[in-house]
Ligand binder design. Structure first.
Ligand code: NAP
Length: 388
């Protein structure tokens, strides 16, 4: 029997209307005007499906990209309307006949690998470019059992901290294992055990640095947010104020940043850099790269196109790695690290479901103090009441 729930959507029409209102100036767009509460009819349950009641979700940047249509107009490309949301934590209400991994009452997290290729890496992302995929910024959802992972309720994190991780933690986990693997192909452990690892502001970078730190490396977080730097400093991750270098507006700013990193690393520079943003951050990341260094990114928030001097990078033997999202097995492995390694910083306000649009506008303005969480329901199950 089908069921109708409240869920957020982004329509191509709303994107176009808001773009017209601000005369095409993306910086002036109010994302809250684009993300709208809608009614969604859930599909009928199949034998391998799980019916989930959403408890909390995290605000993810792909929704900002969808609302701005700054990379592609994904709502338009998907027929005019998408239901976003690809990072969620929920309670299982019901399972199909063939599901034996989950039962009613289980607390689960999602992953967003929408279409694994022959090696397990996503060709498409769920609730973004995977055709027909319906996202999880809604009250309930019907999903395939392959899309769910048990939430480690005893990992020491709060419900909100756990809800911060389903998308960002596998991304960071994947980037770290690849960047380290590439570096180790060039420089074996017996030649250099401890690496200098640097990340630029953002939730994925924070988690990336937490893995590096937990494995004994030196970690540096270059961010414009004092709150986020302070949270990481408590974990022994050294903060660098990105605004002190004017967010790398000029060559002099990049040179001054390079001097600081050289100083902080006792002349060693950064063996691994997590970028995620591109734009002016990219040349700054390359400038601080050590010989044999690796620069990794799964994001293009500030620009999609980069330029670099291939001669200089060849002479320094620097590798640029482009990643996207984890395999499903990798998402399970990343979930094992909740609480042990991943201790995310959560924005100070937990947004109510009705204020999801405001959450995204505040993300767009870059004024949040950590990963933003939206509480979908006030009616939480007893199993999580001790960890809120
Ligand atoms: N491929 C994937 O699977 C995948 C997964 C996750 C994310 N991503 C992408 O990666 C990017 C970052 O995501 P995230 O979740 O880590 O970010 P996030 O937690 O939403 O944080 C975004 C960060 O951007 C920084 N920022 C904003 N405006 C800036 C500017 N003008 N100059 C320099 N920094 C600026 C801010 O850093 P400050 O602290 O310095 O202000 C902020 O912390 C997004 O584009 C997202 O779509 C891709």
């Amino acid at each position: 029997m089908s069921r109708t729930v409240r869920a957020y959507c982004i329509t191509a029409e709303a994107v176009a209307r808001e773009k017209e209102r601000v005369g095409g100036d993306l910086d002036q767009m109010d994302v809250a005007n684009v993300i709208q509460l809608d009614k969604l009819e859930l599909r009928d349950m199949g034998p391998n499906d799980v019916h989930v009641r959403m408890l909390a979700v995290s605000g993810e940047h792909n929704v900002d990209h969808a609302a701005l249509a700054d990379t592609i107009d994904i709502a338009d490309a998907r027929g005019g309307r998408i239901y976003p949301g690809n990072s969620a934590l929920g309670e299982v209400i019901d399972v199909g006949d063939r599901v034996d991994r989950f039962k009613a009452g289980d607390i689960v997290v999602t992953h967003c690998n929408g279409d694994p290729d022959q090696f397990g890496f996503p060709l498409r992302i769920w609730a973004y470019d995977q055709p027909e995929s319906v996202g999880w910024y809604g009250e309930e959802a019907v999903v395939g059992d392959w899309q769910l992972i048990h939430a480690p309720l005893d990992c020491g994190l709060t419900l909100w901290e756990m809800a911060a991780l389903p998308l960002r933690a596998p991304t960071a986990y994947h980037m770290w294992r690849r960047a380290l693997g590439i570096y180790r192909l060039k420089v074996e452990r017996e030649k250099q055990a401890v690496l200098n690892v640097l990340g630029f502001g953002g939730g994925v970078s924070e988690l990336f640095l937490m893995i590096a730190k937990s494995e004994g490396h030196n970690a540096y977080f270059c961010s414009g947010s004092p709150d986020r730097r302070e949270a990481l400093e408590k974990l022994g991750i050294v903060g660098i104020d990105q605004k002190q270098y004017n967010r790398f507006a000029t060559r002099d700013d990049v040179n001054a940043f390079r001097k600081e990193v050289r100083n902080l690393t006792n002349g060693g520079d950064a063996h691994i850099v997590c970028d995620m943003l591109r734009g002016p951050v990219f040349p700054a990341g390359l400038a601080v790269a050590a010989r044999q260094g690796v620069n990794t990114s799964a994001g293009w928030q500030l620009s999609q196109v980069v330029e670099y001097n291939t001669t200089v990078m060849s002479v320094k033997q620097v590798t640029l790695d482009h990643t996207h999202y984890e395999t499903i097995e990798g998402c399970h492995a990343a979930t094992e690290l909740y609480g042990r390694v991943f201790k995310p910083t959560v924005h100070k306000e937990i947004y109510p479901f009705e204020d999801l649009g405001r959450c995204f506008e505040e993300m767009h303005q870059n004024i949040q103090t950590g990963i933003p969480i939206i509480r979908i329901t006030d009616d939480l199950p007893d199993s999580v009441k001790g960890i809120i």
